[in-house]
Design a protein around this ligand. Structure first.
Ligand SMILES: [Zn+2]
Length: 365
């Protein structure tokens, strides 16, 4: 089979080798172990495609914990830091024979109504349940470091854009938009796009917009900025009412609260949605970005809405992704692209290049 041609990309790709440390080979879905679809070969495919597209590859510096803590709860971050070593120290690799951190109790609000924050569970196998939202998102030896490196990569892309680079692409994994202020799940540990937006704010950008074109709603990003008017969150995604992740949220009546009221925009689309309807939804979001008077843009760039992607029922073509890139370019804003989902190994990295190429066709013109 001929692989599709890779469109050219001029903007820099920010990249960290540290992503390879996160290799959990899947997780448990309905109690059954599923093989991984968010594994190191995704990151390597992104790097190879972007290099072939002509994008200069820029290494990510180590930025420490500060940019992670800028958008996440300190106890949550510390728990993820300790989780794997404490799991090993507890002997769970032998008893019961599980080398990865797998949550088994979950802190649902009713169950933990009487729990006190200063008295967390004393075992890691229970403590992780304060923050885990599913059994698909496991932690291994290098997961915490890789998740930090993904934040660093997105934040370094934001730093370059704050310094005057017109646009940059953060080729990160694990993805981030399902990670909330104090929870992880949906293959996400820390919220890379939120950290990039926060970095832009800290660098003096008064208003930032995040546009999320991943097939799934970015519930974590929505939650982090729910009460804030300075960061707009707009998402087009598969309708949760159709039975798709993140199930509980992503409805159009979720609009933010307090000073953030009106700065969250959810545009769910039905299963089977193709290019025209999807791009019409994206037009609505771009109109909201213009109305918000944002001075910089972060794009949560998932391409799992693709027709060939197994993880969504949306039917977006390569031409649709290029048109989405053109629409984002027409906003003519300094832009940070942050990788989210995309799981069809034969096409997903090329579709990323389609978006970035389309963006460069209109941005600055
Ligand atoms: Zn997704």
């Amino acid at each position: 089979m001929n692989s599709p041609a890779i469109p050219s990309v001029a903007m820099p790709t920010i990249w960290s080798e540290r992503h390879r440390g996160h290799a959990t080979d899947g997780g448990y879905w309905l109690g059954i172990h599923l093989p991984g679809d968010e594994e190191p070969e995704r990151g390597d495919a992104l790097r190879a495609h972007l290099a072939a597209a002509g994008s200069p590859i820029v290494d990510t510096p180590d930025l420490g914990l500060a940019p992670v803590l800028a958008v996440h709860d300190e106890r949550f971050v510390d728990c993820l830091r300790r989780a794997y070593p404490e799991w090993v120290a507890a002997g769970h690799a032998d008893d019961p024979g599980q080398p990865l951190v797998v949550p088994y109790v979950f802190a649902s609000t009713g169950f933990t109504a009487r729990a006190r924050r200063e008295r967390p569970p004393v075992t890691i196998r229970a403590e992780i349940g304060l923050y885990a939202t599913d059994t698909l998102t496991l932690l291994g030896d290098g997961t915490f470091d890789a998740a930090c490196a993904a934040v660093h990569t997105a934040v370094h892309a934001a730093q370059l854009v704050a310094d005057g680079v017109p646009a940059a692409y953060a080729a990160v994994r694990p993805p981030g938009h399902h990670a909330g202020p104090a929870y992880f799940g949906g293959a996400c540990y820390f919220n890379n796009a939120a950290a990039a937006a926060q970095q832009l704010r800290e660098r003096g950008v008064s208003q930032v917009a995040i546009v999320d074109i991943d097939a799934h709603q970015g519930n974590g990003t929505q939650e982090i900025f729910w009460n804030r008017g300075d960061v707009l969150y707009g998402s087009v995604h598969i309708d949760p009412a159709a039975g798709w992740y993140p199930h509980f949220v992503g409805y159009s009546d979720e609009v933010g609260d307090g000073p953030g009221r009106g700065a969250t925009l959810n545009v769910p689309v039905p299963a089977g949605t193709g290019d025209d309807q999807w791009l019409a939804a994206l037009t609505k979001i771009c109109d909201a970005v213009r109305a918000h008077a944002s001075a910089a843009l972060v794009v949560s760039l998932g391409v799992d809405a693709a027709v060939d992607d197994p993880n969504s029922p949306l039917l977006i073509t390569a031409a649709g992704f290029r048109d989405a890139g053109r629409m984002l370019g027409e906003l003519r804003m300094p832009t940070v692209f942050v990788q989210e989902g995309g799981y069809d190994m034969a096409t997903f990295a090329t579709l990323v290049c389609e978006v970035l190429h389309g963006f460069e066709e209109t941005h600055g013109k």
